[in-house]
Design a protein around this ligand. Sequence first.
Ligand SMILES: [Ca+2]
Ligand SMILES: [Ca+2]
Ligand SMILES: [Ca+2]
Length: 320
Amino acid sequence: MKKTHRNALPIAVLGLLVAGMVLIVPAASAEASSLAEPGIMAQFPISLDGYSPDISGNIIVWYDVIDGSDDVLSYDLSTGVTTPICSGPSKAWDPAIDGNRVVYRDNPNGVYGIYLYDLQYKYRVPICTNTAGFPIEPAIDGDIVVWEEERNGRSNDIYMYDIATGAERLVCTAPDYQGLASVSGDRIVWRDDRNGEGDIYMYTISTDVETCISNAAGLQNRPAIDGDRIVWEDTRNGDYDIYLYDLSSGTETAICTDPGDQKYPDISGDKIVWQASGGTYQHDLSTGTTTLIVNDGYDPSIDGDLVVCEKNRGIYFYAP
Ligand SMILES: [Ca+2]
Ligand SMILES: [Ca+2]
Ligand SMILES: [Ca+2]
C-alpha cells in the first residue's frame, strides 16, 4: 500500500513511548489492563474515538470525532506530538499517509474533495474538488494519489493524480463499480465489479496497461499492494479468506483460509496483517508463521514492522 519505511523505532524512542503511555493511560481504563496482552509492546490513547488508522515511518494518522465533527489527526511516534491535519467544522475522513504527505477526503463548503497536507512543509492543497463527483477512499505512494469517484453520474471509477506533474488521469472507467484502490510505485490495484462479483485489477502507470489479477469465483475485495505483492480478502471458498498474488513469480497463494472471516488485509515487505475473530493477525512470508498480534484489534495498517489498528474505538499501535 505504501513504501516500506524500514527504519525501526530506536530503543530510546520506544522507551519514551512506554514512559509516555504510563503517564497518559487513564488509571481506571480497561485499556490499561490490556497492556499485558501478548504482542502489544506499546499502546496509548492517542485517540479514544478514532477510526481508519494508517501508518508511514513514525507517523500515524486517523480520523476522530471531536466537537461533533470528524477531524484528521497525526501522531509522531518519535516525538509523542499529536498534530491536527484538518480540524474545521466539515467532516474529514479516510486519511492515508506516505512519508510526510497525508491525503484525506473532506467537504468544506459542502463540496467533497480529496486534499493533501504536507507535514514537513505544512501546506494543504486540493487534489480533486468538483461538484459533479463524490471522491472517496484516497491512497498515496510517492507522488501518486489514487481514489474512487462517481463523476458526472457515472458508476464509481478509479482516478489518479501525479503530484510531480499536477496532472489527473482516469485510470479505469469500466462499467459498474471500481473502488478501494491501493498504489505502490508504478502500480495501482482496485476491486472491480465489471464481471459481476468483485475481482482484482491492476493498472501500470508507466505502460498504461491494465491487467486482471484475479477473477476467481466469489468476491475479491479490498486489495493492498506493496512492491510486487498484492493481498486481498476473498470469498471463493465461502467465508472471507486472505489471498496473495506475487507479480514477480506470477503465482497466487492462499495465505489464510481458516474458518470464519479474515478481512481488511494490508502488506509491507514480508509482513501481511488482517482482522479476524480474536483480533489482528500477522503472517510473515519469510518464516511462514501466523501470529495473533493485537487482541480485538481490527482494520490494521502496517509499515515495516509497525502496525496500527482500531480497538475499543481507539487507535492502538504494535511494535514487535
Ligand atoms: Ca465504473
Ligand atoms: Ca470474483
Ligand atoms: Ca476464512
